[in-house]
Design a protein around this ligand. Structure first.
Ligand SMILES: [Zn+2]
Length: 414
């Protein structure tokens, strides 16, 4: 057992922080045993790790990012989604047939994710079996928790990225058996325009309570394209629904333009939506009404969506999610603002629930934690714990993160 002492802050519920100034977290084997002010005497003598004066907070969860686009970070963001895919994304993804190139990109990527304070992530890979398996192995070695998807696509992409649909399903099936408790495969049809009905149907039949991720309603031209490609479908969501791809283990990236009817089905199914504010503004896609989605009780988390997103930092995406909800409110008075605690909750406990008991310090939760250095200005000014967290999230940097833990295991980067 270990006892971490420090200034503890987390969100059990969206609208308020729970804080323990000079508190403790008692951990056993990666799981929180107790959090509070005074340790119950029933516990044996434990190893004390003293972070007095430092913030202890749940580490970040990234529900949507593309491992194979890391080398494109920041490039080509004058384009919109469909042209950006053609000009930048597909060319870069084709390079992952070269395993040595894949290894170089993934080692920078995993270091930078850990550095940014993210310890759980859901990755899109590429169509390549070997590179996807390598990312699974490298993520296990890094100590993060991850779901990693070999992308499936058999149409509307350059020849170098097109798969035979039977082969695509067979590789996916094999990779679903690779990994361990912390790092697993996830079924990953890129998005409906890239997949034939046959491919989606066969992937849906594979599902059997397994994880699925895809994109939906990111851009208006994309939605028009769906109407042309699937004239019989009632909606974009309906394309995935009728192919058995929507459940409470599905992550839908974006869903900016999903209709109220679609959102109510997403809610009813318990599917997750990954809100990716940086990517949405960079590709001029749209502004999600995140507060409305949260209030509807949808399983909403945050995603960096690199390379459309320009940073691996969930911290920056928390700020942007709030700012974009304010822009929504400025433009349209009836749209409500996402509060600081709500955005932090999305980035930790709500997104973390995809991984089980992750993103909070409540009893029984996995100890995923960041240790943040003491604020320099704390010498001259008193800050509450919430204010210290605000300073770290809004105006801090990754260098302020002194330690990172995933399920009690300390993570490192180079
Ligand atoms: Zn994406």
């Amino acid at each position: 057992m270990r006892l971490f002492k420090g200034d503890i802050i987390h969100t059990k519920t969206p609208n308020q922080f729970e804080v323990f100034e000079d508190g403790y977290i008692l951990e056993d084997n990666g799981i929180v045993v107790e959090v509070g002010f005074e340790l119950d005497k029933k516990y044996p003598i434990v190893k004390i790790i003293d972070h007095t004066g430092r913030l202890l907070l749940p580490s970040f969860v990234d529900l949507h990012t593309h491992a194979v686009q890391y080398a494109n970070l920041g490039l080509g963001l004058d384009e919109e989604l469909l042209s950006w895919l053609e000009i930048y994304t597909f060319k870069e993804e084709a390079k992952f047939s070269d395993i040595s190139y894949a290894k170089k990109v993934f080692s920078y990527l995993l270091d930078d994710i850990v550095k940014a304070g993210t310890t759980r992530v859901v990755f899109f890979g590429s169509i390549h079996e070997e590179a996807t398996e390598l990312l699974i192995e490298m993520s296990i070695a890094k100590g993060i928790g991850a779901y990693i998807g070999k992308v499936n696509m058999d149409r509307n992409a350059p020849d170098s990225l097109l798969e035979d649909s039977d082969n695509s399903v067979a590789i996916t099936k094999r990779l679903l058996r690779v990994g361990n408790d912390k790092v697993k495969s996830i079924i990953t049809p890129r998005f409906a325009p890239s997949c034939s009905e046959k491919l989606m149907r066969e992937l849906g039949e594979l599902e059997d309570k397994l994880e699925v991720q895809t994109h939906i309603s990111e851009n208006r031209d994309e939605i028009k394209w769906i109407e042309e490609l699937f004239p019989d479908a009632k909606s974009y969501l309906d394309v995935y629904l009728k192919n058995g791809l929507i459940s409470n283990r599905t992550i839908l990236a974006h869903a900016i333009f999903s209709t109220k009817e679609e959102l109510s089905v997403i809610k009813e199914k318990g599917a997750f939506i990954a809100h990716c504010p940086s990517a949405n503004v960079n590709l001029t896609s749209g502004v999600m009404d995140a507060k409305f989605y949260l209030d509807q009780g949808i399983n909403l988390g945050l995603g960096t969506d690199v390379g459309a997103g320009d940073s691996l930092s969930i911290r920056k995406n928390i700020v942007l999610a709030i700012q974009m909800s304010k822009i929504n409110h400025i433009i349209s008075n009836e749209k409500k603002i996402l509060s600081f605690s709500e955005a932090f909750y999305l980035a930790t406990k709500r997104g973390g629930s995809y991984f089980g008991k992750v993103g909070s310090f409540e009893k029984g939760y996995k100890l995923d934690m960041l240790v943040i250095e003491r604020d320099k200005l704390a010498d001259i000014k008193d800050f509450s714990l919430v204010e210290k967290l605000q300073r770290f999230i809004y105006s801090g940097n990754d260098e302020m993160i002194l330690e990172r833990y995933c399920e009690g295991v300390k993570l490192f980067f180079y």
